[in-house]
Design a protein around this ligand. Structure first.
Ligand code: GLA
Length: 660
């Protein structure tokens, strides 16, 4: 595959004359791939069983003739009206039992057998027709699975959920025991009695809720798989993907990542939020990690404003380019947009595009053309190379996300916010962080951070223990190991067997009102936001203690050394600044993990190594100088110092590749 540069190409919204202009402009912008037919079901199958492909033949053939690859969507994300009206059983049902209406998009229950039958019939027809077409470079299944229909609570989903439960537990007695249904008289006599966790007077059984999240992610994945299976049968060798949405709570992307041939992602950082580039960096790191370090594709971003925020700020000059290079630096082999040509009608007409409504005499178009030219030049030195790992990983776990944010916990918790503090602290230290799954092999890492790993079963805790045994540095933060995978407490208290690894015992959680002053003092000093714990050091050294609140005077930060490795526990919540202070302490205390940091990097500037190149990217609105020397590939000149203008980018190679 070449480096992907292009967009969703909704050609069906435009007359044929526009298609010719589209191809001409695509070539001008160095577009290499177009995602076609994302929302075209009602044109491809205008009535039940009547298919019309000629218009799509023309689009695909024309793009192919022009040397532009087609990422062919299966069009199943939004069923046509006739299907919804003819088969209301396909419609989405919310937790109150409301049936959601067609008229927007994704109004469908992914578990509906009728929907699956119609969707796979369409996919079969598409794959038969285009599966061997030389212009089709990839299949794009559905679109953003679960974005508008994350969970369905209707009767058909209830039946599928019961089968899922039966597969998992085998018998209702096992389910009763593992869900703890003696609590509040919730015992079931058979699987037939189990319902989705629909609207109820107060909170549901936590194990029931957790299983429903797992089931709903699996239900979406199974709808994806139904289509992918057809494509793999009829279009062998053509890679199959679907576009992820970063840290998307309803879909456990670790499970999904095993079923796509390459990872692709949609990303829309808010241009009006000064540090949204940091969340974008975190999202790119997740995508690279989901693919095991292999290149991925940024499948959608905006050239400028979106249409779905309360205020849709445009990207500032250079900002789209800087965010694109951020994705490239962090492993992307493709930069794509939603969408090619700004719509004239419909619910997304205010959304920016590669070809703006204002036409090509525009800032956006000039930036699009310039980026396409640069990416084409860079392609030989970037394509297929890997982003360099710094030896640091953060554990990310959807079970923990789902569980920590349930009702009926010690406080309103925000899992991603806890992860964010640690990722952003590392980012500010100049460290490129990977994400790992709880079952991942940790041996490639020197430092592993487990923030708020709320759900951790014994096998995960044992894996952490052996990581430390083998000399790794482990940092575990508050609210880790709260429950096992059945949403039950570990016998003996929080952390389970990890308590021995860390040399601590957590006696009691002590969250406090944010206005109450509770701080951590000692080797690091910071104010907690709302979280503290009453902890006893049982074998660990105490490096900082709490001041104020119930835990006053007790351990807040501990370390248990283990020959070359060490296990740290932080019993407080941490802002990015607090997390940075803790990380600095870890990195400066022997035995310390050897991690290359660069605290001297100006704030708002990131530095990432990929292959033989070093990317320096500024997300600042002003000019900044960075002390680096090398060969500036974009400027085609040797430099002793880098001057980055607002949203400027420099890409350094050790030396010039072009012969003089
Ligand atoms: C999502 C969808 C696109 C479009 C964009 C708008 O990413 O996949 O179809 O709606 O949002 O930002």
């Amino acid at each position: 595959m070449p480096f992907w540069y292009g967009a969703d190409y909704n050609a069906e919204q435009w007359p044929a004359e526009t298609h010719e202009e589209d191809v001409r402009l695509m070539l001008e912008a160095n577009v290499t791939v177009a995602t076609v037919a994302v929302f075209a079901w009602s044109l491809l199958e205008p009535s039940d069983g009547e298919f019309e492909f000629e218009w799509l033949d023309r689009i695909i053939d024309r793009l192919y003739e022009a040397g532009i690859g087609v990422d062919l969507a299966t069009s199943t994300a939004t069923p046509p009206n006739w299907l919804s009206l003819q088969h209301p059983d396909t419609l989405l049902v919310d937790e109150w039992g409301h049936v959601l209406s067609p008229g927007s998009r994704q109004h469908v229950n992914p578990s509906s057998a009728t929907y699956r039958r119609y969707a796979t019939r369409l996919v079969r027809r598409l794959a038969e027709r285009y599966g061997q077409h030389p212009g089709v470079v990839a299949w794009h299944v559905g679109n953003e699975f679960g974005n508008d229909n994350p969970r369905d609570y209707g009767d058909e989903s209830a039946a599928v959920f019961r089968q899922w439960l039966e597969g998992k537990y085998g018998s209702i007695e096992v389910l009763n025991a593992r869900w703890g249904t003696t609590f509040w008289s919730q015992r079931y006599r058979s699987f037939e009695e189990v319902l989705p966790p629909r609207a109820a007077p107060t909170f549901h059984n936590p194990a029931h809720l957790l299983d429903y999240e797992r089931f709903s992610s699996d239900a979406l994945l199974s709808a994806y798989r139904a289509e992918a299976d057809v494509l793999r049968e009829l279009s062998p060798g053509v890679p199959v993907t679907t576009n992820f949405m970063g840290f998307f709570r309803p879909a456990d992307y670790w499970a999904w990542s095993r079923e796509v041939d390459f990872i692709s992602d949609d990303s829309y950082p808010d241009p009006a939020v000064e540090d949204s580039w940091m969340d974008a960096a975190m999202q790119r790191d997740l995508m690279r990690s989901l693919g095991g370090g292999r290149p991925w594709v940024l499948m959608e971003q905006s050239t400028s404003a979106v249409n779905w925020r309360p205020l849709n700020a445009p990207k500032r000059p250079g900002q789209m380019r800087a965010l694109s290079y951020q994705a490239v630096a962090r492993g992307a082999d493709g930069i794509m947009f939603f969408q090619w040509r700004q719509s004239q009608r419909g619910g997304e007409k205010f959304h920016s595009a590669m070809v703006p409504a204002a036409g090509t005499d525009s800032r956006i178009w000039r930036e699009v053309v310039e980026l396409g030219r640069e990416l084409r030049e860079l392609e030989p030195s970037v394509l297929g190379t890997k982003t360099e790992s710094s030896g640091v990983a953060i554990v990310i776990d959807w079970d923990s996300w789902w569980s920590a944010e349930q009702p009926s916990t010690p406080a309103r918790l925000d899992y991603i916010d806890a992860v964010r503090s640690w990722h952003h602290a590392l980012l500010n230290l100049g460290v490129t962080t990977d994400f790992v799954h709880v079952d991942s092999d940790l041996s490639a890492y020197d430092l592993v951070v487990a923030p708020m790993l709320f759900v951790a079963d014994e096998s995960t805790l044992a894996r952490f223990d052996s990581f430390v045994e083998r000399g790794g540095t482990l940092l575990v933060t508050a609210l880790t190991g709260v429950t096992d995978a059945d949403a039950a407490f570990h016998r003996g208290g929080p952390l389970g067997s990890l308590a021995a690894t860390l040399g601590v015992r957590v006696e009691e959680y002590a969250p406090h009102d944010p206005t109450e002053s509770v701080s951590v003092e000692g080797g690091v000093t910071f104010s907690t936001r709302h979280w503290a714990e009453v902890v006893h050091a049982e074998g660990a050294e105490v490096l900082a203690t709490f001041r104020g609140g119930l835990a006053d005077g007790g351990p807040a930060l501990t370390r248990k050394r283990n020959r070359t490795g060490s296990a740290w526990y932080l019993a407080a919540d941490a802002t990015e600044a607090a997390a940075r202070a803790v990380l600095n302490l870890i990195l400066n205390t022997a035995p310390n993990p050897v991690i290359h940091t660069d605290p001297a990097l100006p704030s708002g500037v990131e530095e990432v190594r990929r292959g033989t190149l070093t990317f320096l990217i500024s997300h600042r609105p002003d000019t900044v100088r960075v002390a680096r020397s090398g060969y500036d590939v974009l400027a085609d000149t040797a430099v002793d110092e880098i001057v980055l203008e607002a949203h400027g980018v420099a890409i350094l190679a050790a030396q010039s590749n072009t012969p003089d």
